[in-house]
Design a protein around this ligand. Structure first.
Ligand code: SF4
Ligand code: SF4
Length: 314
């Protein structure tokens, strides 16, 4: 698999990062064991880094899958605000992943300079962890143009994980050209960039070649995280990136089936999921939650806050 260098001073990694949200309990597509087996299979095929997050709640799954693959790099992230919270997040990841040194740790979903300011204590703690050699590279993930711009100027930042696809789906504060401009600015500074939601949360899955080519052709974006929850999806995506023919049988198996957010009819209308949605895709109508499918990128973040387990990606 093609190896890329993540930014000017980042490590060499495979062009595809395994997006482990797809095998996590947050999305509920597969059991823990099935997810472990898919991840292990992807590692055997040459994927050599994994994207996760504290909220995906799948460190133990990853720890199991990477046994025998000690060189695999792992990116995790948390929403920590204070230094103490960040210390806790880092320790949790080190313990659960059985690693003294974490490869990457990011601040999750930073929307703007203001958000980053609000998380400044956590960022300082990340910088200290980097100085001590506990974390090698640090950065942010973001769905926002302003997040990329602010991240680029953040002292000590190594990597940005922005939302990026050819329709600009999921960008919460601007247009695709603006996102590309912000990414170009960050890349110019030597920051490593790996894209998320390349298939727009499934909305662009009808033309996967176009989706992948678009991201690949942006200079300054070195890699992409792809969520995969079956061996067929791994085969499909890796063949796609290698420019190999995809047998019809495989194409039909994977034929990215349309997914959607299912909201159970026992919704109590408490509104918690609305606050958890980074896309503003949920609203209350007649005292129950409804989703705007065009805005929803199927991240599953809403599901974890619902006290009544109403939300599931199906
Ligand atoms: S509605 Fe839920 S799954 Fe869809 S974007 Fe919002 S948080 Fe993510
Ligand atoms: S959090 Fe659950 S119960 Fe509350 S509005 Fe959302 S779906 Fe309904």
């Amino acid at each position: 698999m093609r190896q890329v260098k993540l930014g000017l001073w980042g490590p060499s990694v495979s062009e595809v990062c395994f997006g482990s949200l797809a095998i996590s309990p947050l999305q509920g597509r597969v059991t823990e064991g099935e997810g472990t087996s898919v991840l292990r299979y992807a590692l055997e095929q040459g994927v050599n880094w994994i994207d996760t997050a504290e909220i995906y709640d799948n460190y133990s799954q990853i720890a199991e899958a990477i046994k025998g693959h000690e060189d695999v790099r792992i990116i995790s992230k948390s929403y920590s605000v204070t230094a103490a919270e960040m210390r806790q997040s880092i320790e949790k990841a080190r313990t659960a992943l059985n690693r003294d040194t974490l490869d990457f740790f990011l601040l999750h979903e930073q929307e703007s300079a203001l958000t980053l300011k609000g998380h400044s204590r956590a960022w300082e703690e990340l910088l200290r962890a980097k100085e001590k050699g506990i974390v090698r590279w640090i950065g942010i993930s973001t769905h926002a143009v302003a997040g990329v711009r602010a991240g680029a100027l953040q002292p000590g930042l190594d990597v940005i994980h922005p939302i990026l696809n050819y329709e600009g789906l999921g960008i919460i504060d601007g247009t695709l050209p603006e996102m590309l401009e912000a990414i170009a600015f960050a890349a110019e500074l030597g920051i490593g960039i790996y894209a998320m939601k390349v298939f727009g949360g499934g909305h662009l899955a009808h033309d996967p070649e176009k989706a992948v080519d678009f991201v690949r052709n942006i200079s300054g974006v070195q890699a992409m995280a792809l969520g995969m929850s079956s061996r067929e999806e791994v085969d499909y995506n890796l063949r796609l990136l290698a420019g190999k023919d995809i047998p019809t049988i495989l194409r039909d198996k994977v034929r990215h089936r349309e997914r959607k957010l299912y909201i159970a009819d026992w919704c109590q209308g408490c509104g918690r999921c609305l606050e958890a949605c980074p896309q503003g895709a949920l609203e209350l109508k007649d005292l129950v939650a409804v989703v705007d499918a065009k805005k929803c990128v199927l991240c599953g973040y809403c599901g974890r806050v619902c006290p009544h387990f109403c939300l599931k990606i199906v």
